[in-house]
Design a protein around this ligand. Structure first.
Ligand code: SF4
Length: 397
């Protein structure tokens, strides 16, 4: 069993996912160089080091290290505003692995734009090791609906389990309060919802009730269910942004079936790439389709950042919200990937948002064009997948 320490958050929300990921085969390239640096001193941006514990291989990955004769400093770069409990367990395991493998005093620092904190990892190591140790002794844990299901690659496997159990919790946006309302009206399963459409609408309100009913029916019938007819969608441009730590490095478009990327290879070229994007929008007066709220939000921020004005935002249309308001689909998550995959889209890379950031970092370090090509392919797949959902919507109009 391989445990990637950076996945500690998952153990708190879904032990099953953590367990499944721990058996996935992964390849680590940086361990040898990490061990050299530990031996001779120096620093490394993406260190990788493993250590055995009760038959488990614990992997410290994606951390920066600075090593001298007596001491190792492990730095984990984060994005959030504050530290959570799982960060302390994660820090404890980084400390454990580096200390055990080097014998050197080990400091662990977690850093983001909002904080920089050295974590007294020794205080948490006993609990952290107990958590991972316990997991290795169990059979595969049962699925448990949680916030990570939305992005989880195992969601299709878990879906059958949830549907078989009739779990209402899998209905998009049901929430605790509505769940309680339904329960107290003796509506306790997907089947109950489907058989009591009017009652559900009375309890949740007409629109919410209708969406809830359609979603339950979609799960039970294993096919999409029309909630209401979508609006007419005109031809347009499909838009997706990829971002690095402190700048947006790629504005990808699909226009007349042609993929057009505007790339910023460094922070200083972000403005130039953005202005080229604005020119494109001004020359092609069409609806701009995107998936969810990230693109319009970042677009607005960029306008503010560079003191620019535009009315292009009025042309933005969110395929996510059109889809979720009109068609119920038997999926656990309406994120772009699972939804488009349901309708047959096949991504050509195994990247996701997080992995793409790491890839781009590799590109910045190496300048390797192949890495950039892979990111472009991933971004192109995102805009093509958005277009595929647009095609699906058009079939229902
Ligand atoms: S879909 Fe949800 S329950 Fe299933 S493994 Fe993923 S996170 Fe866990």
């Amino acid at each position: 069993m391989n445990i990637e320490i950076s996945n500690m958050r998952t153990i708190m929300s879904c032990p099953r996912k953590f367990w499944l990921e721990s058996y996935e085969k992964k390849i680590y390239h940086q361990e040898e160089i990490t061990r050299e640096i530990i031996r001779y001193g120096g620093s490394l941006k993406h260190a990788e080091l493993s250590s055995e514990f009760l038959g488990i291989t614990l992997w410290a990955t994606g951390v920066e290290i600075v090593v001298n004769e007596e001491e190792i400093t492990v730095v984990s770069q984060r994005k959030g505003k504050r530290l959570y409990k799982y960060h302390y367990y994660e820090a404890a395991l980084y400390g454990y692995v580096f200390y055990k493998e080097s014998g050197k005093k080990t400091r662990v620092i977690f850093k983001s734009n909002f904080y920089e904190q050295e974590i007294p990892w020794e205080n948490y190591v006993e609990n952290a090791l107990m958590i991972v140790g316990n997991l290795s002794n169990t059979d595969i844990p049962e699925p448990r609906i949680n916030t990570e299901c939305k992005f989880c690659i195992y969601s299709n496997d878990c879906l059958d389990f949830f549907v078989e159990k009739g779990s209402i919790e899998i209905i998009k946006g049901i929430g605790k309060v509505n769940l309680e309302k339904l329960n107290s009206a003796d509506i306790k399963s997907l089947d109950d919802i489907v058989r009591n459409k009017e009652k559900v609408q009375l309890i949740l309100g007409e629109q919410k009730g209708l969406k809830t009913w359609a979603q339950a029916k979609a799960f039970l019938d294993e096919k999409p269910i029309l909630i209401r007819k979508p609006p007419k969608l005109n031809d347009g441009i499909f838009f997706d942004i990829e971002s690095y730590v402190d700048f947006h490095y790629l504005f990808g478009l699909l226009y007349k079936d042609k993929y057009i990327p505007f790339i910023a290879r460094e922070k200083d070229s972000e403005k130039d790439a953005f202005i080229r994007l604005l020119f494109f929008f001004s020359e092609n007066d069409l609806p701009i389709y995107h998936y969810h709220s990230y693109e319009p939000n970042q677009f607005r921020k960029l306008l503010r950042k560079y003191g620019l004005n535009s009315s292009f935002e009025n042309r933005f249309l969110d395929i996510y919200s059109i889809f979720t308001n009109h068609i119920a689909v038997p999926v656990l998550s309406y994120s772009l990937k699972p939804l488009a995959k349901y309708f047959g889209y096949k991504w050509r890379t195994n990247l996701n948002g997080m992995k793409a950031v790491r890839k781009f970092e590799d590109f910045l370090t190496t300048g390797d064009k192949k890495i950039l090509d892979e990111i472009l392919m991933y971004n192109e797949d995102d805009v093509r997948a958005t277009k595929l959902l647009w095609d699906v919507l058009r079939k229902y109009t």
